[in-house]
Design a protein around this ligand. Structure first.
Ligand code: G4P
Length: 309
């Protein structure tokens, strides 16, 4: 049910964000480059982001290719002026973030905060898109040494690890720039089953809640629908599969994944380890081993889409 999918702490976080926006000069929206449309909050766009300068960071760009990034940027830039593709693990393009923000600040009256000596940013985005990693990268690049002794933003694989709106994090001393980190925000309305599954594939939904079998099933459906058959070669299979159970058995057999089990008579036997096969199949997407995919490729218009394949 949707109420379960929009946990209380996220609703609380949304209210906290609204109440703090008056003292924010620029909103840094972090999202996953593989889903440039899915999971971004239209509520925030309409009522919050639109009244503050806004920079969109499409992070994890190491998991898509440059042509895909160009296609997304060309289409998105019709509505979003400042878009930066980053790989915050590898560091790519991270140096562009602060100068872009500072340039924006020079062109803005900062909503009557132009006399304030500090610049305040707010970082928003759904869980696991890399907000904490972006913040840590900014601090590493720009802050003075003493800042590094302070506790870094927590980075974690579990969707929604940053639970409370954090106090100001200093990311630069000259000029003085602070950033407010926020809990991941998921919007309760207008979310289709497809959206939920794409977000689950990108780890922005908890695996436990969605179920890894369902995630693997969606991954196979999505790959086949878009005629991406790289899994056949990656897992040494003979042909593509339509059925997830058959695929997982074949992956387990081809990869020698076996689990012990006890027969009714108490003997120990071996059977294909479907759990390991499921995890490996999903991880092959999450790590980019399967290929570089934009799950939102259907959202790109024809003229942009040709770059994506
Ligand atoms: P959050 O604050 O938005 O919740 O996300 P967080 O920074 O905790 O990052 C979530 C996961 O995404 C982390 O992985 C992090 O390392 C990874 N990540 C962040 N930026 C990038 C990026 O640019 N590219 C890629 N490929 N991954 C990124 P993790 O699950 O904790 O494990 P690990 O992969 O770091 O071992």
């Amino acid at each position: 049910p949707i109420t379960k999918w929009f946990p209380r702490h996220m609703f609380k976080g949304m209210l906290q964000i609204q109440s703090r926006l008056a003292n924010v000069d620029c909103v840094l929206e972090v999202h996953d480059a593989r889903i440039p449309y899915t999971g971004r909050s239209s509520h925030f766009h309409q009522s919050l982001i639109s009244i503050r300068p806004h920079v969109l960071i499409l992070n994890k760009c190491d998991l898509i290719d440059d042509n895909q990034a160009k296609a997304i940027k060309r289409q998105l830039s019709r509505t979003t002026k400042h878009i930066i593709f980053t790989d915050c693990k590898g560091g790519r393009n991270c140096r562009q973030i602060l100068p872009t923000i500072l340039k924006l600040m020079l062109a803005s009256d900062r909503f009557k905060r132009s006399d304030a000596s500090d610049i305040r940013l707010m970082c928003i985005g759904i869980p696991n898109v890399g907000k904490s990693t972006v913040i840590n990268k900014l601090r590493q690049l720009h802050s003075d040494k003493s800042i590094h002794n302070k506790k870094p933003a927590i980075v974690g694989p579990t969707a929604g690890v940053t639970r409370n709106v954090m106090e100001k994090i200093k990311i630069c001393s000259n000029p003085l720039v602070y950033l407010l980190d926020t809990p991941g925000i998921l919007e309760p309305k207008n979310v289709s089953q497809d959206d939920i599954m794409k977000m689950a594939l990108c780890s922005t939904q908890s695996d436990q809640y969605i179920g890894i079998q369902n995630i693997a099933d969606y991954l196979l459906y999505w790959l086949n629908k878009h005629k991406h058959f790289s899994y056949v070669e990656l897992f040494n299979l003979k042909k593509p599969y339509d059925n997830i159970d058959e695929l997982l058995i074949e992956i387990a057999l081809a990869s020698d994944y076996y689990a012990k089990f006890k027969t009714p008579s108490g003997k120990t036997g071996l059977r294909p380890d479907l759990l390991q096969a499921t995890e490996n199949f999903i991880n092959s997407f999450r790590t980019g081993k399967l290929g570089k995919f934009v799950l939102d490729e259907d959202f790109l218009e024809e003229k942009y889409r040709e770059n994506v394949q």
